[in-house]
Design a protein around this ligand. Sequence first.
Ligand code: NAP
Length: 346
Amino acid sequence: MKIPVGVLGATGMVGQHFVKFLQNHPQFELTWVGASDRSAGKKYRDATSWRLDGTMPETTAELTVEECKPGNAPKLVFSATDASVATEIEQAFAGAGHLVVSNSRNHRMDEDVPLLVPEVNAGHLAVAKLQKQSRGWDGQIVTNPNCSTIVLTMALGPLVQFGIQRIVVTTLQAISGAGYPGVASMDITANVVPYIGGEEEKMEIETQKILGTVNGNKIVPLAAKVSAHCNRVAVVDGHLVTASVEFANKPSLADMRNAFDTFRGKPQQLNLPSAPARPVIYMEQVDRPQPRRDVERERGMAVFVGRLRECPVFDYKFIALGHNTVRGAAGAAVLNAELMHAEGLL
Ligand code: NAP
């Protein structure tokens, strides 16, 4: 018996990625879709302008879109609602006993809300139980990071053991990260836009929270300084980041490589259905990873690292690539839910 699940904001860009990612999932079955009152009452096929490659899954196309109100939705709901309404909607569902696995930014930095990257900080899930005490909710909200932060933190996960002190990261972010219609074609064609509103701040604070440790009932953020430069580039899918990192205990180059190569997390130990066999894959070629060539590998769930070398300012520098709409959105949230299922929280 599969677990019935719903998607809040199912008609939007990220919602469509959820619909696609959940198709033929071995544990979850999408039985409920919610959106605004503009879409409620219509069949999903009529309410949705399908913008992904391939066709809309037939079983979802036939579902009737509901309003995003708790009532008849399944216990587990994924959230991809517009950020302007996500706070109230997600809180209403958590208050009514739902497990809300959210992709929106609204609750990511709340003290009692885990900002999960299961390979890196599965232990942070423990703070979610505080939501019952602090907010009186019978349900919970769990979040995944911003699509560029997840690429950086997956690559840094193996390196935390060396005592990360300072990070300077520059992103080259795909157009699909801006949703639909995203960046105007006149701005992005053959161009780079060196500004993404709010992105640098999110990358800096989310990274510290994700790499932090649980002490008692609190997440203590990593004390490292993080400086992010975020840029939009003319790439369809795949966020590339270049990072320079300084450590308290500088490892050797061989230790760094070994850390990337041997890194495995809870999703791999538990053999979760959406977990990549290796979460971080080091590529030897000097000009890889590249978004167009590598982003679809491993179903978009792994992060590819390359060009590890000494940094004349900090200790080491490298590049990392991840799929922003899969590992940075729908795939990340589904993996979070698989972890919660494996931990007996569903
Ligand atoms: P979108 O395409 O504009 O979709 C927004 C969704 O929210 C639609 O399903 C829409 O329903 C629904 N919605 C809007 N107003 C609502 C209301 N008052 N009540 C209930 N539902 C409402 O946005 P998106 O790009 O998918 O982004 C969704 C969320 O994911 C945002 O919080 C965003 O920050 C986050 N996110 C996006 C990306 C990305 O790559 N785009 C990546 C990471 C995180 P209707 O169709 O009925 O209007």
